[in-house]
Design a protein around this ligand. Structure first.
Ligand code: COA
Length: 420
């Protein structure tokens, strides 16, 4: 199907099928929040989301809440998030908390979309949060709840698991080629560069390829500057049935597709260490749901927990052939160095990945990350991203969010669009 036909098919689908829309979004800055509790962080984001609704929204309009978080029982000895949030919000409506490791936030949105598309709810509040810094050095072990117990017993951390994937990728596709190593560092440089204008980002400083190579070794070949950080933060969205969206704002952002796929939690039983099956499945299902191809995506929020994962996404999503992602990164980075946003270019055209800094520079409070990605696309598509707004000759219409849990045991993909 040609691009124009696909666009028309998407417009038709929006008119004829129930589809969720986002009418408000709010977040906290990501980083260290020593003086705020996790539920308070979520409340700050929730209040910001409610206040951002252009035509106003009363708390009594919210029919249900969907939250996403991973480690709050361990990091802050909290349980029963709905009970805390009923108290904070002053409402007594149904609330569900979803745990899917780093994909907890996007899983909450996935469930919220089902609540809306089933016709049960018209207006829901979706929130994601995490408070990791309180656990100091123990957090690295705690994150391994999302890994296989055998991997943990063998001494793996998440840096170690992704280092295994990165080492295999370099071995299979970039052996003896320094440019492959540079590309894996350039992903971090690009994302730090994109975060410079993002007031909410944890890191707002440029880094160079040399800085990455000289940063401390964490798990060979992963160095500190290949990693996303340990972060605290929260994000919230107001999600409604598309039929009522214009009651709340003149510029709703539609959720054209909400898809999820799963795979074995253990890295050692996977078919391949250099591709994430759950990503491939979720991306292809989402593109099918939105009647789109990868060429239609203008910006993408990609799960760059370690830089190798952004390269794997480019291949899993079909933008580059298997093993060619690093070449795409290298050539694009060299061609566009110095621009405000550094796009990836290839046969698919052009795509800007992680325009606000991604997990690498904006931060990665795991339960909040999936919704932070959606927040980023929401403000970008509405032209409200301020200092990190993507400027483009053509209006920004379509964005994709990709969020994974663990090393790929779960992947959630959302495709968002402005009024097409
Ligand atoms: N990127 C850039 N800078 C970072 C950073 C990161 N990922 N992590 C820490 N820093 C900076 C700090 O700001 C600090 O800078 P300063 O000296 O100017 O204040 C410095 O590096 C040292 O920070 P520190 O907190 O002591 O680092 P650390 O060694 O304790 O932690 C990592 C670094 C990489 C080990 C930690 O961030 C980590 O484990 N990240 C991965 C988290 C993870 O696994 N998430 C789940 C993914 S699936």
């Amino acid at each position: 199907m040609e691009k124009e036909e696909r666009r028309l098919a998407s417009m038709e689908r929006i008119k004829t099928k129930p589809c969720a829309a986002i009418v408000g979004a709010g977040r906290t800055k990501f980083g260290e929040h020593w003086y705020e509790s996790p539920e308070r962080l979520l409340m700050i984001a929730g209040e910001a989301a409610l206040e951002s609704v252009d035509h106003g929204l009363r708390r009594s309009d919210i029919e249900a809440c969907y939250f996403g978080s991973f480690l709050y029982q361990v990091t802050n000895k909290l349980g029963l998030v709905p009970g805390y949030m009923a108290r904070e919000l002053g409402v007594n409506i149904p609330m569900t908390n979803t745990e899917a490791a780093c994909a907890s936030g996007s899983s909450a949105l996935f469930n919220a979309c089902m609540g809306i598309m089933s016709g049960k709810y018209d207006v829901v509040l979706v929130g994601g949060f995490e408070k990791m810094s309180d656990r100091f050095s123990k957090i690295v072990d705690n994150l391994m709840f999302a890994g296989d117990a055998h991997e943990f017993d063998a001494g793996f951390t998440f840096s170690g698991l992704y280092a295994t994937m990165m080492a295999r990728y370099i071995h299979d596709y970039g052996r003896g080629n320094r440019r492959c190593l540079e590309a894996l560092a350039q992903v971090a440089c690009k994302n730090h560069h994109h975060a410079l204008g993002n007031d909410y980002a944890q890191f707002r400083r440029e880094i160079t390829v040399e800085d990455v190579f000289k940063s401390p070794l964490i798990a060979d070949p992963i160095r500190l500057l290949h990693c996303s950080p340990v972060s605290d933060g929260a994000v919230a969205l107001v999600v409604v049935n598309q039929e009522v969206a214009r009651k709340y704002t003149d510029t709703p952002i539609y959720i054209l597709a909400s898809q999820q796929a799963t795979d074995d939690v253990s890295l050692f039983t996977r078919e391949s260490l250099t591709g994430i099956r759950a990503t491939k499945l979720a991306v292809s299902k989402a593109l099918e749901q939105a009647s789109m191809s990868p060429k239609d995506i203008q910006i993408a929020e990609v799960h760059d927990c370690f830089t190798i994962e952004e390269v794997l996404f480019l291949e899993d999503a079909g933008l580059f052939n298997r093993g060619d992602g690093w070449r795409g990164v290298y050539e694009s980075f060299e061609s566009f160095k110095g621009s405000k946003h550094i796009p990836y270019i290839g046969d698919f055209g052009e795509i800007i990945v992680n325009p606000g800094g991604g997990l690498k520079a904006d931060g990665h409070p795991v339960g909040a990350t999936g919704l932070r990605q959606v927040w980023e696309c929401f403000v970008q598509l509405r032209g409200e991203a301020g200092g990190h707004q993507v400027s483009s000759d053509k209006p920004l219409n379509v964005a994709l969010c990709h969020n994974i849990g663990g090393t790929g045991g779960i992947a959630t993909v959302h495709i968002l669009a402005r009024d097409l």
